[in-house]
Design a protein around this ligand. Structure first.
Ligand code: TRP
Length: 454
């Protein structure tokens, strides 16, 4: 079984060493595991909540995209995209908004912190608070649930949001799943052994403390930043305590074990802070120099980056488009073409009939699924350019009845449905011939049921 790992990066800043060691590097390593199916994306809709400077949003999206690629993300294995290229996400966000409790969202830390601050300052509690900030966790739930992620690697401040996504998913499943788990319940993953880097002043490296070292700074900028790392005032020759030096902590995050041991010994032996800083610069140059070159090459070709991200969006929408079709169906946003069928089935028992679900594919063509009464997918159609074709075919299949269905199982793992010498739809892949046989029978039964109800 593969594990679907998904995480988003809000595009409001320039990546720094702390982002690299704490999030980018571990995510790229995780994406290489054989059983990993990673979805990494630029959370640029989320960026709009925090930032109203278009130029900064645009610059940050470009820099973050280039960073992940330069650091070695394999976009053939992972799915890498911009949130704003997936229109299914805001659409799902609305479906989720309609089931998310306001009380649940009232409890979100980020929103509460803003309200508390207003109250403290004697302002109106809602001063400056947008609906974007209030609904932030619902959009994040849509990001996660759209792709049925199992694991969501995040920082501690985001755990609550992943838990809210779980709550919202559960509620949606309960209301609309008909006993089926429409959404996988996601879990937050906090990587305990991942380095949290100190910044120049020793506090956590963070844009909000203005104590960062940019990831792809030029050598000169890097030297300048490292020179500003705060140390104690021990003189050259005096023993230094690596345990209390954040310069050492930074070094550790990028050095091999033997290098770490050597550096520790040198500090204890009285290495001058100036030389220690030079050693850190050299280490960072060695670790990041090549990636920096790749980064600048990518930044200089934004059109190529655009192509890569568009391809990522197409790949992501292969999952998102049909799944959203199912969800629209589940909440009752159904094509009127399939309505007579469902209504007929509903006479027997509401919501329990087999059904055709049509949807629009990522490439703009139309397709349908045929689902058994319990929601099992029995067929996925080929593409049609005419939206009416799908509806006409379903009517024709029902009209001709179960016994005349032309099913072919040439390869042994999958069968196809034919009508007038044209292959119209494919079954899922089955491991065993017996399963395949059984599925063909269930298909005939389901069609027979619809024909009888008609
Ligand atoms: N809110 C996250 C952050 O600021 C970014 C994010 C948006 C995200 N959507 C997500 C993270 C979905 C994980 C999953 O860090």
């Amino acid at each position: 079984m593969t594990t679907r790992i998904l995480t988003g990066i809000t595009t409001t800043g320039t990546p720094h060493l702390g982002n690299y060691a704490g999030a980018i590097r571990p995510a790229i390593v995780a994406s290489r595991a054989a059983d990993a199916d990673s979805f990494y994306f630029l959370a640029d809709y989320h960026a709009l909540i925090k930032c109203d400077e278009p130029a900064r949003i645009q610059r940050s999206r470009l820099e973050i995209a280039a960073t992940w690629l330069a650091c070695g993300l394999d976009v053939d294995k992972a799915t890498f995209y911009r949130q704003s290229d997936i229109p299914e996400i805001p659409e799902l966000c609305w479906l989720l908004t309609c089931v998310a409790g306001k009380g649940l969202l009232n409890r979100a830390h980020a929103y509460k912190a803003s309200v508390d601050k207003n109250v403290e300052q004697g302002e109106d509690p809602d001063a400056g608070i947008t609906m974007g900030l209030f609904s932030y966790p619902v959009l994040m739930a849509a990001d996660i649930l759209m792709f049925n992620a199992h694991k969501v690697p995040v920082g501690r401040d985001q755990i609550q949001h992943v838990e809210m996504a779980r709550d919202i998913a559960q509620r949606f499943n309960h209301l609309f799943g008909n006993g089926k788990e429409l959404f996988t319940l996601p879990e937050a993953v906090i990587e305990e052994d991942v380095a949290t880097l100190p910044g120049l002043d020793g506090r956590k490296m963070s844009k909000s403390y203005d104590n960062t070292i940019p990831l792809f700074a030029s050598t000169k900028q890097l030297k300048g930043a490292v020179a500003r790392i705060v140390t104690d005032s021990k003189l050259p020759g005096e023993a230094k305590d690596p345990g209390s030096s954040h310069l050492f902590t930074l070094y550790q995050a990028f050095a091999a074990p033997t290098q770490q041991a050597d550096f520790r010994a040198a500090l204890e032996d009285g290495l001058a802070w100036g030389e220690a800083k030079q050693a850190l610069v050299n280490l960072l140059e060695a670790e990041l120099g090549e990636a920096r070159e790749r980064y600048h090459a990518l930044i200089e070709k934004p059109a190529d980056l655009e192509d890569i991200l568009q391809a990522g969006a197409t790949k992501a929408r292969k999952t998102a488009t049909p799944f959203l079709g199912e969800l629209r169906e589940a909440v009752g946003l159904r094509s009127f073409r399939s309505q007579p069928i469902s209504a007929a089935g509903a006479k027997k028992k509401a919501g329990k009939s087999a059904r055709f679900v049509s949807f629009r594919d990522a490439d703009g063509s139309f397709r349908f699924r045929f689902l058994a009464a319990d929601g099992e997918e029995l067929l996925l159609s080929r593409s049609f350019s005419d939206p009416k074709a799908a509806g006409a075919i379903s009517q024709q299949l029902i009209a001709q009845g179960a016994d005349s269905l032309e099913l072919r199982a040439d390869e042994g793992q999958q069968f196809t449905l034919w009508l007038d010498a044209e292959c119209l739809a494919d079954s899922p892949v089955y491991e065993e011939p017996e399963e395949l046989e059984a599925a063909m029978l269930r298909l005939r039964d389901a069609i027979a049921g619809l024909a009888a109800a008609n």
